[in-house]
Design a binder for this molecule. Structure first.
Ligand SMILES: Nc1ncnc2c1ncn2[C@@H]1O[C@H](COP(=O)(O)OP(=O)(O)OP(=O)(O)O)[C@@H](O)[C@H]1O
Length: 361
């Protein structure tokens, strides 16, 4: 088992500064997801851990051992790539066996380990099958079996569910989570799909242009995003400008609201986030703000209703309540569901503020 520590990692490709001062420790045995838009540096970070890219500067440690100069095949790490990189001319068993043969593992040990890897990935009945005859989900399982047969401490998965259709993808998410729990090793999964990140992870690292912007449990990141970027990237949100009046009180468009956040100087401009599912529709005059229903979309499990307040600002609401376009209603949200963000605040400052203020409450 291995803790992975990235210390002041920078990565340049020619003049392009791709990773900027990455400082992060992955604990043993957890499911991590690196989440961010295309091009933000997720795969590069994974490749540094896997040993396929040497960082321009900074250090990588597994436990106490510095890994910068240790080649990929000498690290207790295996990678499952997006395209699975399976050998099309070999069957399932042979694909899983390949690495062990190269390493000259004895036939009896090889057979035992392959049997175990196929069992873990529910492929026992498929071992004789040609790769080409398998579905996308089965190919993905072979790629995972081929990685775990090496008994790695760390499994890296690069957008490895993205080739699958929606239903299969959801099914594989369950399998992947279960597999990680059974094996108890560290999984580092890369995706740009926020729902996938929320469903799978013990911890999510949100990246933006080479930085880790915020790291935390899915619930922390969803309920208490550091800033507008994270709030928008994970889930949908209503974000309005406000000003802090005092601890537990914020002004939005000149009207004072009670909130549960604090530790921000009086008069500081803030952004206030309310998730669409936390807004309640009430008859006109009974909520915080009077609004007019602008549009309604049926989204299967809820309606997505856009309303305009009297200042012309739009609010998005997810509700199972039916309404009508043009109807005059009002919106209400509990103080616990308002989240205050301070533009420009760094993750350490934000965490300190949350801890110290919550400590007072
Ligand atoms: N070997 C390389 N040489 C030059 N540029 C590279 C190299 N590898 C990656 N890059 C560039 O670094 C940036 C980050 O790439 P990376 O693959 O890490 O992003 P990503 O977040 O994984 O994106 P995606 O979700 O599209 O895979 C991109 O602009 C990419 O073009």
């Amino acid at each position: 088992m291995t803790e992975i520590r990235l210390q002041n990692i920078h990565q340049y490709f020619d003049d392009a500064h791709i990773l900027k001062n990455i400082d992060f420790t992955f604990s043993e045995g957890k499911f991590y997801t690196i989440l961010g838009p295309s091009g933000c540096g997720k795969t590069t970070l994974l490749k540094i851990i896997g040993g396929f890219v040497n960082p321009t500067s900074g250090d990588l440690y597994f436990g106490d051992k510095k890994m910068n100069d240790i080649p990929a095949n000498k690290r207790q790490v295996n990678t499952v790539f997006q395209d699975y990189a399976l050998f099309p001319h070999l069957n399932v068993y042979e694909n899983v066996a390949f690495g062990l043969k190269i390493k000259k593992v004895s036939k009896s040990e090889r057979d035992e380990r392959i049997k175990e890897a196929l069992r873990f990935t529910n492929l026992t009945d498929f071992k004789e099958r040609d790769i080409e005859s398998l579905s996308g989900g089965q190919k993905q399982r072979v790629a995972i079996a081929r990685a775990i047969v090496n008994e790695p401490d760390i499994l890296l998965l690069d957008e490895s569910l993205s080739a699958l259709d929606h239903n299969l993808r959801v099914e594989m998410q369950y399998e992947l989570k279960e597999l990680q729990q059974k094996l108890g090793i560290t999984f580092i999964f890369v995706t740009h799909d926020q729902e996938e990140a929320l469903a799978l992870s013990d911890e999510i690292l949100v990246m933006d242009r080479g930085h880790i912007v915020q790291a935390g449990s899915p619930k922390d990141i969803y309920d208490e995003p550091l800033n507008r970027y994270v709030a928008d990237f994970i889930g949908e949100s209503n974000i309005v400008e406000g000003e802090m009046l005092e601890d537990g009180k914020v002004s939005i468009y000149g009207r004072a609201y009670e909130c549960v956040d604090g530790g921000v100087k009086r008069g500081t401009p803030v952004e206030v986030m309310v998730r669409p599912e936390d807004i309640i529709l009430k008859p006109a005059g009974e909520g915080h703000l009077n609004v007019t229903v602008d549009s309604i979309l049926f989204r299967g499990v809820h309606y997505e209703i856009c309303v305009l307040d009297e200042d012309g600002y739009e609010w998005v609401i997810h509700t199972t309540q039916r309404s009508e376009e043009g109807k005059k209603v009002s919106i209400y949200f509990d103080k616990e569901n308002m989240h205050i963000m301070v533009p420009g605040e760094k993750e350490e400052e934000f965490n300190e503020r949350l801890e110290s203020y919550e400590g007072i409450l």
